[in-house]
Design a protein around this ligand. Structure first.
Ligand code: 13P
Length: 243
């Protein structure tokens, strides 16, 4: 059975005070959320500890936005699996396009980070996706295939979520058409040995398009940036409607 995973990626937004304010508005909206939907918040490192305390026993799972592959060491600015595990973190985003674009993340470092996450019992959310230029050049399929295959060498597909995030759809309001997202996600699934891996769509998911996206047969969830920052909009996404 494929699990439905709806995750917010707060990126570099929200101080501790702001994150607690968010929770006050958001938690009550989960009362009627179907229990088979996993709700995840991937927040900045500084918010993890405080939210971990506040969310103990709640149905929200916490995720980090990065993890280093070494146990410890002289890696200024990085965070280890043990540090995340100690405070009850369950998920970690790996290989987000912003990390690839601005911080030199490659398919090889993504692979190392995925394995580190699994070694510490965390579920990595592997992000893949093409640029507009690559899409226009007809390279989407080959690029996604390389990203998935290289990232997954030696990775356990029983503890993994993948997010298809076309870069041109991130933060632009220019959502990938639901059927096209479904097609690419089907391609990703065909590359896996475990067809039960949950595969999310990410890129301008909003309250007004989430129902259509989630109605697609291959799409098992969403990775949500901007619309996860506000309790009412993220609540509408988590409580998407099924026809
Ligand atoms: P937006 O939902 O703001 O387009 O961001 C998507 C994203 O990058 C989630 O990881």
């Amino acid at each position: 059975m494929r699990k439905i995973v709806i995750a917010g990626n707060w990126k570099m937004f929200k101080t501790q005070v702001e994150s607690k304010e968010f929770l006050q508005g958001f938690l009550p909206t989960l009362e009627d959320t179907p229990s088979n939907r996993e709700v995840v918040l991937c927040v900045p490192f500084t918010d993890l500890s405080i939210l971990s305390n506040s969310l103990h026993g709640s149905r929200i799972q916490l995720g980090a936005q990065n993890i280093h592959w070494e146990k410890s060491g002289a890696y200024t600015g990085e965070i280890s699996g043990a540090m995340l595990q100690e405070i009850g973190i369950r998920y970690v985003i790996v290989g987000h396009s912003e990390r690839r674009q601005y911080f030199g993340e490659t398919d090889e470092t993504v692979n190392l980070r995925l394995k580190a996450a699994q070694n510490y019992g965390l579920t990595p959310i592997l992000c893949v996706g093409e640029t507009k230029q690559q899409r226009d050049a007809g390279e989407t399929e080959s690029l996604i295939t390389t990203q998935v295959k290289t990232a997954l060498v030696g990775v356990d597909q029983n503890n993994l979520v993948i997010a298809y995030e076309p870069i041109w759809a991130i933060g632009t309001g220019d959502t990938c058409e639901a059927k096209e997202a479904n097609r690419v996600i089907g391609l990703i699934r065909s590359l896996l040995t475990n067809s039960n891996v949950s595969i999310q769509y990410g890129g301008s998911v909003k309250p007004d398009n989430v129902d259509e996206i989630m109605a697609q047969p291959e799409i098992d969830g969403a990775l949500v940036g901007g619309a996860s920052l506000e309790p009412a909009s993220f609540a509408r996404i988590v409580n998407y409607k099924v026809n």
